[in-house]
Write a new protein. Sequence first.
Length: 508
Amino acid sequence: MTRSYLPLAIMVISCAGAANPVHAAIEYANVAGGRVQGEVKDGLASFKGLPFAAPPVGALRWRLPQSVVAWSGVRKADAFAPACIQPWADNSELTPPSEDCLYLNVWTAAATAKERRPVMVWIHGGGTNGMSWQNLSYGTKLAPEGVVLVTIAYRLGALGFLAHPALTLESGKGSGNYGLFDTLAALKWVQANIAQFGGDPSRVTIFGGSSGGRIVSLLAGAPRAKGLYQRALAQGGTAFYPRLKLIPRDISPLPPLSDAERKGEEFFKALGVSTLESARSQSPEAILKATTPFDFYPTIDDDLVKGSNVELFQQGRFNDTPILVGFTTDEIGADPPKFLADWAESVIERSRCSDAKAAIAAAYPRTGDPQTSRVRYLYRDFYTGWPTWDWARLQSGKGHNRAYVYIFDVHGPEQPFGAWHATEYPFVFGNFPKPPSAGDQATSALIRQYWINFAAHGDPNGPGLPVWKAFDEDSQMAMIFGESSRSQHIPDLDGLKALDDLFRCPAP
């Protein structure tokens, strides 16, 4: 970002601070389960480790989240709950993960519960790891500037996404999406309780990064999520993948239930069990160890997930809310491994559409020189750029609410080909792993104000900010965050259109 934005950033921060009380007054709250006491420091209240569902242990393993277990007296909310079961360094000084992990955290600077501030609910990424309480996602910057921030946990890996015929039979519906149902339970908790923290349940934004962004997009296509949120924001991840028979492996994270059930049966064999009862009796550590050869992701269970997002949106079957979606200029990060070039060749060469192949070859020339080869951008657009672009196209074309697109390109010399995956997160939360430069602080202040405006109004624009033009099929506009942050036509559009042609090509 140009340094001319620094005075603007100072003004934004000053105005946000002036609009908030010096001291937050919300130290206690009555929520589902009982009364809680948070911590108040420098005008900011934090409530850590609030349960939003019963512990999913024992007989509740691989079941939908159940109601919170009530407690007596006042529950201290001054410590984060353990992360959900995941690979963990043995020498970590942090509390090890636990199967008892369905908790959330709240940050608020509201003076009283009568305030109605917009609410932002963060869904962490990581795929098979991650937690609700990384330093990165603390609400110490966003909450004082006008929102109530909630960060949630959800079950991961086999404990969160295992499908199996026995589980399907037991439920009478489907199986495999327990982690997604956890996010629904957390959003229901927000609807019922967030007013206690000065939040407005009619202005809830779900936002997430990477696999958390994919969850956001799945909720956008889920009828069960209707009314639980009013805006959706995805950073570097969506589930808008095409179904391609020409691809050597299925890139979709949404297999049909039957495929997911077969994987579940193989998992039971690896675990050394033959019955659901035996599987539930295994330790979480045994479950984690047996998971190693497997990948578990959401599935089309025809209950929460009704189909592929692309098809649902094309049919007009989605939760029509404003969306704000984007990605970084170099999503792959570091040096792309050699297999990507081979993968790119196999994807393209198996297509019968020669025009699309020629257009892709022109848009993403592949050379042996990493300085000139654009194979990394083919990877970016295949997995992140095109899915994000298509979501924006479908929302703006099929919905009544607007789509806003961003591309993040703030990077230093250690990232010579562009900003790496997830590097926008510190700018969104204002929490940096090392002291930021004045330019980075200015960019962060600008992004935070855009995000807060979107949460408040469904539109990132506001007084004194550079105009962020909404996306539509004709304009193809995006906000490019970089040395001169501004709305402009989406770069590399020829490549996205060429991929679009490839995806629409009949399978051989």
